[in-house]
Design a protein around this ligand. Structure first.
Ligand code: SAM
Length: 280
């Protein structure tokens, strides 16, 4: 194994700080620093960027991000047991690692970050989707982040990049692909983690676009997509009844057949429908 930094191996860090993994915090650690450096590289050129990392744990990915040249890393960790281990990394990389103890769902990181900003994380599975949805639905677009490089359960990763006609296609795909380029860049088997989770994982890279791929109001698109996939087996004329009283006409205006189902409709089709719903 090549040397990433001069800090002790992660297994020793975990032992010396008694960081036995807690299921309630979604703790499945990456201990191979070559692998964490590889994940960090998927985030692109970090040398001019601040990186927001959620859930650094004992610091495997944190070390990868720093050794790959991140200008600065802001790491938010809920488990107080991890803070002393992370402090050792901060000491080895003076002024480049800012550690915050707390719940990422409750902390606004923006005040502590300087653009350009990228996000990279091996997310706790229990809060991963919620964080992703928040990053994808900011009050204004473009968002504060240039890219998101995130580990998910493989099934969630597949929902993010899903295409029409597939079982995985749904709200998450529309949300992710409307204003970002999303792709799976790495697959990881359970054995890559300590302890190994029950499922496989994948790293997704999302690059924010300056403007959405197709015009639509975010709130309308979200309402239409939620209704359509809320009853995905029904025809659109039925599932979207509550969206507008004359929904069949609006579907036709958007170039869609009222008898189609949500999973057959492309992103472009949903955006056309959102525009048709907003038209007076
Ligand atoms: N990044 C480390 C790695 O790759 O080995 C740890 C990843 S582990 C899957 C998820 C981490 O997120 C754990 O360290 C856990 O304590 C932390 N965590 C869980 N819920 C959190 C929350 N709401 N806010 C911040 N960190 C959280």
């Amino acid at each position: 194994m090549s040397q990433i930094d001069t800090l002790p191996p992660l297994r020793d860090v975990i032992n010396s700080h008694e960081l036995s993994a807690r299921k309630s915090l979604g703790q499945n650690f990456l201990l191979d620093l070559n692998l964490t450096a590889k994940i960090a590289r998927q985030a692109g050129d970090l040398s001019a960027c601040d990186v927001l990392e959620i859930g650094p744990g004992p610091g495997g990915l944190t070390r990868g991000l720093l050794s790959e040249g991140a200008r600065r890393v802001l790491a938010i960790e809920k488990d107080p047991r991890c803070i002393p281990a992370l402090q050792e990394i901060a000491d080895a990389y003076p002024d480049r690692l800012h550690i915050m103890e707390g719940d990422a769902l409750e902390i606004d990181p923006l005040a502590h970050l300087t653009p350009p900003i990228r996000v990279a994380a091996n997310l706790p599975y229990n809060v991963g989707t919620e964080l992703l949805v928040r990053w994808l639905t900011p009050p204004a677009w473009p968002p504060y982040w240039q890219s998101l490089t995130l580990m998910f359960q493989r099934e969630v990763a597949e929902r993010i990049v899903a295409v029409p006609g597939s079982k995985a296609y749904g709200r998450l795909a529309i949300l992710a692909q409307w204003r970002a380029e999303a792709s799976i860049v790495l697959h990881l088997p359970p054995e890559a983690f300590t302890p190994p989770p029950k499922v496989s994982s994948a790293v997704v890279h999302l690059k924010a676009l300056e403007t959405p791929k197709f015009e639509a109001k975010a709130a309308t698109l979200s309402r239409v997509v939620a209704a359509a996939f809320g009853q995905r087996r029904k025809m659109l004329r039925a599932s979207l009844k509550g969206v507008a009283p004359d929904i069949e006409d609006r579907l036709r205006t958007a170039g869609l057949k009222p008898t189609e189902r949500a999973e057959q409709i492309s992103l472009e089709g949903f955006c056309a429908l959102a525009r048709a719903v907003d038209a007076t």
